[in-house]
Design a protein around this ligand. Sequence first.
Ligand code: DC
Length: 231
Amino acid sequence: MSDIPVIAVDGPSGTGKGTICSHLATWLGWHLLDSGALYRILAIAAEKYELELNNESAIVEIAGSLDVEFQQPQPGKDITVIFEGDDISQKIRTEECGNSASQIAVLPQVRTALLDRQRQFQQAPGLVADGRDMGTVVFSDAPLKIYLIASAEERAKRRYKQLKQKGFNVNLPRLAAEIAERDTRDSQRTISPLKPADDAIVVDTTTLDISEVIKKIENLVQETLPDAYST
Ligand code: DC
């Protein structure tokens, strides 16, 4: 157990986790873990090495020795991800990659293989951790756990806008169906399913814009971790 504080932010896709975590990390001057990126990188690796997404032993082997470098983002920008020398920052953001990542994420040994790597991000002065099981499993003793939710319709709309802005070709009904499929898989898997930790604060962002969510979460940080902002 470490006394370096962690803010765990979990929830399904399209709730604003990525934007909020990137903002919080910059605001506090803390490290950022985008745990979904790890599963997405494994999906790219599986494609590169022509592995089936259920080939647990081969994917575990890759997960154990993943040659990946994360570069801390500029405020408001996605993390830069270099995998085996290639910049895959853009490639990992497609919905197709998210879906493959979600299929890989059901494999228990893969999740175990990624635990240490995720925990290594817990460095001073603190860590903002974005994922599905940050508060329940990976950082279960985090002093602040936030679980973001929003209606399925609103989340699909947000993801659509976000992917369009990144220059991807997307279709709203298909995207909504893919998100629903991913939510079901992520929340029904037997290991580390998507769910709020018992001590998580649930924030419904359906009717809030991003600046309102950020304000709300900054308030939660100041109430729960009054020393954090002064670090
Ligand atoms: O947060 P994201 O959309 O980048 O995550 C992609 C997939 O990775 C998500 O559908 C499920 C999986 N994932 C996970 O199982 N556990 C995490 N902590 C983060 C992501």
